[in-house]
Design a protein around this ligand. Structure first.
Ligand code: MFK
Length: 546
């Protein structure tokens, strides 16, 4: 037999992760940091096992069986191995429960777990994210009865009592624009609300509960008239008859995740609060799931880069390993620098969330969190696609071959930019968050992160923020210009915040003799912060015309 190339080996996702170690060392008190080790090590072990298992097993998708042999409607879904392992693994390591412990570091400790577990989970993290979001929205609603009923299940540390929650929003007409929701909530003579309608993207329909947007019968049009309801899907081991699974979606990626089209045919439901303003009530859930999205996006980047780096040391071309080829090394270092910026921003959002939820935040930080959440989601979502694509290219033709596992990384990454709000929807949400003095909050945070930082970095970041402020000064009458530039504005702000966070990490690491974060910062700045583009409406119309 001729030459056979060694496959890439995945290093231990926790033990080899310099960034996560440095972040936790910097951010956590020593006792909390030490207590976290066992769970992170176990989740890293699981990730390694899952990668090795994927290399020797045939990929499976979930299978929906709607009818049993005797004509009974059953809507049974067979799940992949990773999904079957999800409840045991995640309750044992308190993936969700840790985020709702009563201290300011809870969210950081939760998202460190999520980051290590995500790729191995085959997107079991999607329903976990929604369960976390539902927990947060229920807490915000103050509805004691529902909190006492659902949260012991959602936050259970025992798989036997654990429940997953869905997030049922999207419909055929009401996609990003949920104001077109057609699902109706009817109240019976017994006072019980019941939902009637069709939900078009019910990710992870295997959950035991969900939060659903619906229009109370007789309410007006638009999103303000929608209400938010809590539903349960199971009667013991049987699915409730008011919930029918029409089919599973055939998706580009996230193929292990059973995303379904469903019909609600009188499913009992309970309003979280007032019978209106459902979007406002579901917003805490959206912001939590968007944070998951950002952390899962950086987890995909970490996996892609780890494999590409390992391969670069194994693969020889033109007389030496790829890693010794200047252009290949340059490409990998560019990916690493972008990833380090994204890592810093995503985990800053996680930390801020914990501080805000536990009353430990400075006055401007709640508004800062409101802005950084969509920025982190939209930027990391796009970057994950770019990095997974570049990583695939680092393998040449081999990367394009299905059973290397690399195509799946790229296909899966594409979802981060789409679900939970597309890049454009999130850019417009950033405009919402910038109303008032949203930029002022970011500027004062950046000033704090830049204390003691390299003046060159501070200069570049200030210049980018000045340009962003210039765009925001667009006269309020010219809303179209403001919106047309919203993506460029959001990317500029995301990159500026990430650079300032990298500068903070670089200063901390340099004091400990580690110059790698400073190198990441220099390279990240070299890629530029400004992403504002000319948004001339005339040219836009010319280009789109016949
Ligand atoms: C592995 C990672 C796991 C990730 C989990 C993935 C799960 C995937 C399942 C799905 O994809 S579910 C579908 C997700 N769908 C979306 O995310 C919807 C995208 N569309 C939007 O986000 C729109 O911007 C939105 C629906 C919110 C627009 O609705 P409206 O009603 O036209 O907006 P409006 O009137 O501006 O906002 C209503 C209220 O909500 C306002 O408050 P007030 O009533 O007090 O004025 C807003 O300020 C507030 N609001 C909106 N977005 C907010 C928010 N408040 C806080 N945070 C936000 N993000």
């Amino acid at each position: 037999m001729g030459f056979l190339q060694d496959a890439p080996q995945l290093p231990h996702p926790w033990r080899s992760d310099r960034l996560l170690h440095a972040l936790l060392d910097r951010a956590l008190p020593a006792s909390r940091r030490a207590a976290l080790d066992a769970d992170l090590d176990a989740l890293g072990d699981y990730a390694l096992m899952a990668w090795q298992r994927a290399g020797v097993t045939t990929r499976r998708k979930p299978v929906l069986t709607q009818w049993d042999a005797w004509g009974r409607r059953v809507d049974r879904i067979e799940l992949t191995a990773a999904w079957q392992e999800g409840p045991q693994l995640t309750t044992r390591h308190a993936v969700l429960a840790s985020g709702h412990e009563n201290h300011e570091h809870a969210r950081l400790e939760e998202f460190a777990r999520v980051y290590l577990y995500h790729v191995a989970s085959e997107f079991y993290t999607c329903p976990l994210a929604m369960t976390d979001g539902a927990t947060t929205a229920l807490k915000a609603s103050g509805n004691r009865a529902l909190i006492e009923r659902a949260l012991p299940h959602f936050l259970s540390r025992d798989a036997a009592t654990f429940w997953l929650s869905g997030q049922w929003m999207t419909e055929t007409h009401g996609g990003s624009d949920v104001g077109h929701t057609e699902t109706v909530a009817r109240q019976g003579a017994d006072g019980q609300w019941r939902l009637h309608g069709r939900k078009w993207f019910s990710s992870a329909v295997v959950g035991e509960a969900a939060l659903a947007l619906a229009r109370p019968e007789g309410a007006g049009a638009g999103s303000g008239a929608l209400a938010l309801f809590y539903v349960e899907t199971m009667d013991g081991a049987q699915r409730k008859p008011g919930l029918l699974i029409d089919r599973l979606k055939d998706k580009l990626g996230t193929q292990e995740l059973p995303t379904a089209e469903i019909h609600l045919d009188g499913l009992p439901a309970w309003p979280l609060g007032e019978l209106a303003n459902g979007v406002r009530q579901v917003a805490p859930m959206l912001n939590v799931t968007r944070t998951w999205n950002a952390v899962c996006a950086i987890a995909s980047m970490a996996r892609a880069i780890a494999l590409a780096r390992d391969y670069a040391a194994r693969r020889q071309a033109f007389g030496r390993p790829l890693i010794e080829q200047p252009l290949h090394a340059q490409t990998l270092a560019d990916m690493q620098a972008e990833f380090e910026g994204a890592f810093a921003l995503a985990f800053e959002v996680a930390q801020l969330l914990g501080r805000v939820e536990h009353g430990a935040a400075a006055p401007h930080e709640a508004q800062l969190l409101r802005l950084l959440t969509p920025l982190a989601k939209l930027w990391t979502g796009k970057l994950a696609v770019r990095i997974c694509s570049e990583a695939m290219e680092c393998f040449g033709g081999a990367g394009y071959i299905e059973d290397t596992g690399l195509p799946q990384l790229l296909r899966d990454a594409q979802v981060y930019a789409i679900w939970e709000g597309t890049t454009n929807v999130l850019s417009l949400d950033a405009l919402r968050a910038l109303a008032g003095d949203g930029l002022g909050g970011l500027r004062s945070a950046v000033a704090g992160w830049l204390q003691g930082a390299d003046p060159h970095a501070a200069f570049a970041i200030d210049a980018a923020l000045d340009a962003a402020a210039g765009h925001l000064d667009t006269p309020s009458t010219d809303r179209a210009t403001l919106e047309a530039g919203a993506r460029g504005l959001a990317l500029t702000l995301a990159r500026s915040a990430a650079a300032a966070l990298l500068a903070r990490q670089a200063a901390w690491a340099q004091a400990r003799g580690d110059n790698r974060p400073a190198a990441a910062l220099r390279r990240f700045l070299g890629h530029g912060l400004l992403r504002l583009a000319d948004t001339g409406a005339d040219d836009t119309h010319l280009l789109l015309g016949e």
